[in-house]
Design a binder for this molecule. Structure first.
Ligand code: FES
Length: 351
């Protein structure tokens, strides 16, 4: 090294203006020698036209398997429809999965088999160079692409090319067909708008289903509530995921909203437990602050003020369930929620 304080002496031909800092380069000794590239092994398909043709047919057969698999997946979707029993769901899933697996398997193995048996398999290594090549390099790249095309036979081997196009074109079709499930076959919008709550339906404890008298709800207590009859419902889980409610008794003076007071009963207020962000259960009640917390992404709702969002990603308050008491003093709903519960969906009208 020279006495130059900047570090390295420029090599011959470089001007004194281009003196580079030596920095703190670390030279590691590589104890494992680079094994280099394995010598090329001639394959049967390189020296025998018969084997080459056979490999070509095998590749085409694999792409045909993919085509059959994709068509089968569409067929299976309609032939073994999803019905209201678990056996039908399993059958549908199994045959759909089989079709999609074949669709993917055929494309994957076909491409690998093509590359391994028919495309040139000589390994090459290329030193790094700047990202944009020179014009000569780019022209050479075009030449190489043309060469690869002629050697792989992409343009020449029409059978492989066409079956591959067919396989690739058909493979996404099952996914398109499955969009059918997003349509209104059983009017899912209606299902999203309505819950089991109706006028006169008692509020019962979750999970044991015992009805709750207003006199049993002390100030500061919180109840996890479901509609009476939910445990006996054929679609219990589906209904519960919409109808679950958290009920709290507040001191009526603590409630800031007149609407909330009117929809409650003597300080007892009931709100949907389904978070308006993405639908987790809002199951935590903070007694000191009167906040309801969603544990998923920390949305926080103020239960003294129409359950307005005070923190977090939820964009709407939790819907309130209007309640009153029946002749025996049990808490009952005045009707269904006035707006859809849970996260937003396209057809949901803003209230
Ligand atoms: S689901 Fe409640 S905050 Fe995200």
């Amino acid at each position: 090294m020279s006495d130059n304080s900047k570090g390295v002496v420029p090599s011959s031909g470089e001007s004194e203006d281009h003196v580079y800092d030596a920095g703190a380069g670390l030279v590691l000794s590589d104890k494992i020698a680079d094994p280099g590239i394995e010598p090329h092994r001639v394959r049967m398909t390189d020296k025998s036209v018969k084997h080459e043709k056979a490999a070509e047919r095998q590749v085409a057969a694999l792409f045909l398997i993919s085509i059959v698999g994709s068509i089968f997946a569409i067929f299976a979707y309609f032939f073994w429809p999803i019905e209201d029993n678990i056996a039908a769901v399993r059958t549908n899933t199994m045959f759909l999965g089989l079709g999609i697996t074949l669709g993917l398997f055929g494309i994957g193995f076909g491409a690998v088999h093509w590359a391994k048996t028919l495309m040139p398999d000589a390994e090459v290594a290329e030193d790094r160079h700047q990202t944009r090549g020179t014009d000569a390099t780019r022209a050479r790249a075009v030449e190489i692409i043309k060469l690869a095309d002629s050697e792989s036979g992409f343009s020449r081997r029409k059978l492989i090319r066409r079956t591959m196009y067919g396989a690739l074109a058909l493979f996404p079709l099952p996914a398109i067909v499955f969009f059918k499930d997003m349509t209104t076959e059983a009017n899912p919008v209606d299902k999203l708008r309505h819950t089991m709550w109706a006028a006169g339906v008692r509020l019962v404890r979750d999970p044991d289903g015992t009805p709750i008298k207003a006199s049993e709800v002390t100030v500061g207590s919180a109840f996890h509530v479901i509609p009476e009859g939910l445990n006996e419902s054929e679609h219990m889980l589906e209904e519960k995921s919409k109808a679950a409610v958290l009920m709290v008794r507040l001191n009526p003076d603590q409630i800031h909203s007149q609407k909330e007071k009117d929809n409650g009963y003597d300080g007892i207020v009931a709100y949907s437990k389904i978070c308006t962000h993405v639908g987790c259960p809002v199951a935590l009640y903070e007694q000191d602050t009167h906040h309801l917390l969603c544990p998923c992404h920390q949305s926080t709702f103020d239960i003294t003020n129409d359950c307005a969002v005070v923190f977090g990603p939820a964009s709407r308050p939790l819907p309130q369930l209007s309640i009153e008491v029946d002749a025996q003093g049990y808490l009952v709903a005045k009707g269904d929620f006035a707006e859809p519960v849970g996260p937003s969906f396209w057809e949901r009208k803003a209230n």
